[in-house]
Design a protein around this ligand. Structure first.
Ligand code: C2O
Ligand code: CU
Length: 670
């Protein structure tokens, strides 16, 4: 069974357990001994099933059961055992007795233990959902106190004499106060084994916390004596490397009403009045210079080069690498187009709203010396104005291409959730993922391609004699390529989509391609057998946490939300392993700025296909991903969920190189 299924099963069993104990207690109160006895039996079986489901889940990793093993199960087992010992015999006797003596089942000695077990089981569910991972003594104590208080309250309501009530109440109160103190009074910012200072203070975090991160390795970082560099010094060059050209763009952010291909109007935040913004293209080795101006986006705007390993000062993270550009302001970005491939850019200020409203565009860098022949389409897919829009079209793009023409489709998911793509009518290859070419990608036919939020896939094929159709989520035709006889592939661009029949047919049952098994292995600069200088584990979950100082039902990392999640501190040259665990019910497309990561394993199984270099990897519920990267791009970087609404609810942190500081103090809100 998959971890995801096990988590769902465990949840089901936990609810059943709590419901059965409580119902047994209620049935006893209602003088229904037979029903109560039957429910008691169900509760016992459910409790045992719960022990089994937790142990089974433990097989997926300690992260999935930590709070269950340390708090939830002990509480359930203790309360269940007490209920069995105290209420069990009386319940059975009453069930066999005649009507007259059935009142005995209503006694506190039966009802209180049964309900108590129900409260304990319910407390476990609360622990899992409100606090999640990791459980700490404070919340455990608090929960214990709440369950105990409920037991005492029930008992008191049922009888006037509760033996030892004062002592028990006092003990409960002490536990509650102690628990609350541990939870709510911030003690000296305790650092986790692998963490450091809170992310909000990356300026100092990068230096002050370094000794923590290093102490595990038995060395202390002489950062204070070493040189420090402000992130604002880590900028791109003013001139291109020899042989490169300068590619200049000016993008002006402003509000505008955008007209989609169907004629529908959507009010948007735009670059240059269009959504997506102007396509930025370059040849490998060029210097890209983009002047960003803000006309009237009142919350401010920046440009972040998603997946592109630019110098940190060009990364466009407000409050960390620059201030957001206010209306009337500007900022010039410069970087060398060193990586060829398909990328995109977007604002990083209030990015959830900003990107959704249209502040994004594409960045495509072609390798030097390769003239583009044939059809090369860059296709950012966005949910916009309630429709799935490809580029600026809410209708299928129809293109003619002569059979035999090489075709490349560059798919970019600019949404918060994954999309599923299918290509019908032609065999094809998935030649690049997140801008990086795959090794020996095989021919695909009836395959579903799940593309993570923020991710890119490049598909390549030779135009067949018949039509080829790219479809999104098995319902929206995005591109229809139709064979032309003229050989002039640009001539037939037509908005008259209805005239071309879809070649798609039914695609919903096409199996999903497993990228970790696609293509052929090739040597990589490091593998899971290497020694890692840093090892960070990120457990993703939901829970109550402070997000930018406000209590929220946040998307958490190791139980905390931005900016309280400890910064990952690295030193230039370090080989770093990142383990990302998803304990929750949502998919988290995990994204690291400034570095491509090499996937080492997913759910403990290593990649057997082409090496996978990603900047965004989709960590689905129950999954555990291990990825690695070389810390070779000094700076201060965001590390966050690219479901930007999750990032907004706390799911982001910083990766800081030792010695790099920032003059900006804005609590970066994503
Ligand atoms: Cu495309 Cu910080 O993200
Ligand atoms: Cu997420």
């Amino acid at each position: 069974m998959t971890t995801d299924r096990l988590m769902a099963l465990d949840l089901l069993v936990s609810v059943l357990t709590a419901a059965a104990w409580v119902s047994a207690g209620v049935a006893a109160t209602a003088r229904r001994p037979r029903t109560a006895a039957a429910l008691f039996a169900v509760a016992l079986v459910a409790s045992l099933a719960r022990v089994w489901s937790v142990l089974a889940l433990a097989g997926a990793g300690w992260w999935f059961v930590q709070e269950k093993i340390t708090v939830v199960l002990p509480l359930l087992v203790a309360a269940g055992a007490a209920a069995t010992a105290l209420a069990g015999p009386r319940l059975l006797r009453a069930a066999r007795a005649d009507a007259a003596s059935r009142d005995a089942v209503k006694a506190p000695a039966v009802v209180v233990p049964l309900l108590g077990a129900g409260y304990a089981a319910a407390a476990g569910i609360v622990q899992t959902f409100l606090i999640g991972y990791p459980a700490d003594p404070g919340t455990a104590l608090l929960l214990l106190a709440v369950a105990a208080g409920a037991v005492l309250g029930t008992w008191r309501a049922m009888s006037t004499h509760v033996p030892g009530l004062r002592t028990a109440t006092a003990a409960t109160a002490v536990a509650a106060v102690l628990g609350a103190t541990l939870v709510f009074v911030p003690f000296a910012e305790e650092t986790t084994a692998e963490g450091s200072a809170p992310g909000g203070t990356a300026a100092m975090g990068a230096t002050g916390a370094a000794s923590h991160a290093h102490s595990a390795a038995g060395e202390s970082a002489p950062v204070m004596g070493g040189a420090t560099r402000p992130v604002t010094d880590l900028r791109g060059p003013a001139t291109p490397p020899p042989g490169g050209a300068v590619r200049r763009f000016t993008l002006t952010a402003r509000t505008a009403t955008v007209t989609l291909s169907s004629g529908r109007k959507v009010s948007a935040w735009t670059f240059d009045g269009q959504v997506p913004g102007p396509a930025i293209t370059a040849v490998q080795g060029d210097l890209v210079e983009v002047r960003l101006r803000n006309a009237d986006i009142t919350s401010g705007v920046t440009l972040h080069w998603h997946g592109y390993d630019v110098p940190s000062g060009e990364d466009g993270v407000p409050g960390l690498t620059q201030e957001a550009v206010p209306p009337g302001g500007e900022f010039v970005y410069r970087f060398v187009a060193a990586q060829a491939g398909t990328y995109w850019y977007h604002t990083h200020e209030v990015s959830d709203l900003g990107v959704r409203m249209g502040l994004y565009g594409t960045l495509v860098v072609t390798p030097k010396g390769t003239a583009t022949t044939g059809v090369d389409l860059t296709l950012p897919v966005h949910t916009f104005g309630g429709a799935t829009v490809t580029g600026d079209r809410d209708q299928p793009l129809v293109r003619q291409a002569a059979p035999g023409t090489p075709v490349r489709l560059r798919l970019i998911n600019t949404d918060n959730t994954p999309h599923r793509f299918t290509l019908a009518g032609t065999p094809y290859r998935l030649v690049a993922v997140d801008g990086t070419d795959l090794n020996a990608p095989g021919t695909l036919g009836r395959a579903g391609l799940r593309l993570a939020a923020g991710g890119r896939y490049d598909l390549a094929f030779t135009m067949p004699p018949g039509p080829a159709v790219l479809r999104i989520d098995d319902r929206t035709d995005s591109v229809r390529l139709v064979p032309s006889s003229t050989g002039d592939e640009s001539a037939g661009a037509s908005a008259d989509a209805g005239a071309v029949p879809s070649a798609g047919g039914q695609t919903a049952d096409w199996p999903e391609l497993d990228l970790t098994r696609y293509g052929a292995p090739a040597p990589t600069p490091y593998t899971s057998r290497d020694h890692f200088d840093r090892d960070f584990t990120l457990v993703l979950d939901r829970g109550f946490a402070l997000t930018n100082g406000r209590p929220m039902y946040a998307h958490t990392v190791n139980g905390q939300a931005f900016p309280d999640i400890p910064t990952e501190v690295v030193r230039e040259g370090d080989l770093v392993r990142l383990t990302v665990v998803n304990r929750g019910r949502d998919t988290h497309p995990w994204h690291l700025h400034g570095h491509r990561v090499l996937v080492l394993s997913r759910d403990g199984r290593s990649v057997t296909g082409s090496p996978l270099w990603l900047d965004t990897f989709d960590v689905q519920p129950g999954e555990v991903w291990e990825v690695a990267f070389r810390a070779a791009n000094p700076g201060l970087w965001m590390n966050h969920c690219h479901n930007l609404s999750h990032a907004d609810l706390g799911m982001m942190l910083h990766l800081a190189y030792e010695g790099v500081t920032t003059p900006f103090h804005g609590a970066h809100s994503g």
